[in-house]
Design a protein around this ligand. Structure first.
Ligand code: ZN
Length: 202
């Protein structure tokens, strides 16, 4: 096909495309602990709610830190949520949900990647919030795959506990070695890259 013809096809299709906001089907919010991910998720949910979209919030059932039936940000904003143990449980909500908001996504198994892709193919909007790094600064669970598939990435920083710089890492202050250890400021501090490297040397 000659270039001029390609341009014709593009022009013909142009009117069928949706807006940029509509095209952002998979949105991922990531960052360390205390970076405001849940607050950002709640704010995005409110914007969809204002558009009269049917929204449902989900979180892994293992997270009992604040409450079982809601997600709560560190600044105490809260919103009702359904606890699920496997991301495939989301399919059951597809008929009555336009926007799936998923908090603490790093705790779900690999299945969440296919589930998110299937939901977006069904024209659903999926907003994921999760830690991009575990306590050893390793990419966390399925978050790397979700980030590579995302239409939009919102990467947040916390305030470094040592130098007040931009923190990307959640450093564990206890000696527990398991990847999954629930805790708050009693167990984790946000650190910037240089302070994190200093801690590793100490
Ligand atoms: Zn620092």
């Amino acid at each position: 096909m000659e270039i001029s013809h390609k341009r014709d096809v593009k022009t013909a299709l142009k009117g069928q495309f949706t807006t940029i906001e509509e095209n952002a089907k998979l949105r991922v919010i990531c960052g360390p602990m205390f970076s405001g991910k849940t607050t950002k998720l709640i704010n995005i949910i409110h914007t969809y709610a204002a558009q009269d979209r049917r929204i449902q919030v989900f979180k892994p059932q293992l997270d009992h830190r604040y409450a079982t039936k809601e997600i709560v940000s560190h600044d105490n904003k809260s919103i009702a949520a359904i606890g699920i143990t496997n991301a495939e449980e989301l399919y059951a909500f597809a008929d009555k949900t336009d926007v799936f908001a998923i908090d603490e996504a790093q705790f779900f198994g690999d299945e969440i990647v296919n589930v998110c892709q299937s939901l977006t193919r069904k024209n659903k909007i999926v907003i994921i919030s999760g830690l991009d790094f575990d306590f050893k600064a390793r990419p966390f669970g399925s978050m790397p795959a979700l980030l590579s598939l995302a239409d939009e990435i919102i990467k947040l920083n916390a305030v470094c506990n040592f130098c007040a710089g931009h923190a990307s890492f959640s450093h564990r202050t206890t000696t527990e070695v398991e990847t999954l250890v629930l805790g708050e400021k009693d167990k984790y501090v946000p650190l910037c890259r240089s302070c994190y490297l200093e801690v590793l040397k100490a």
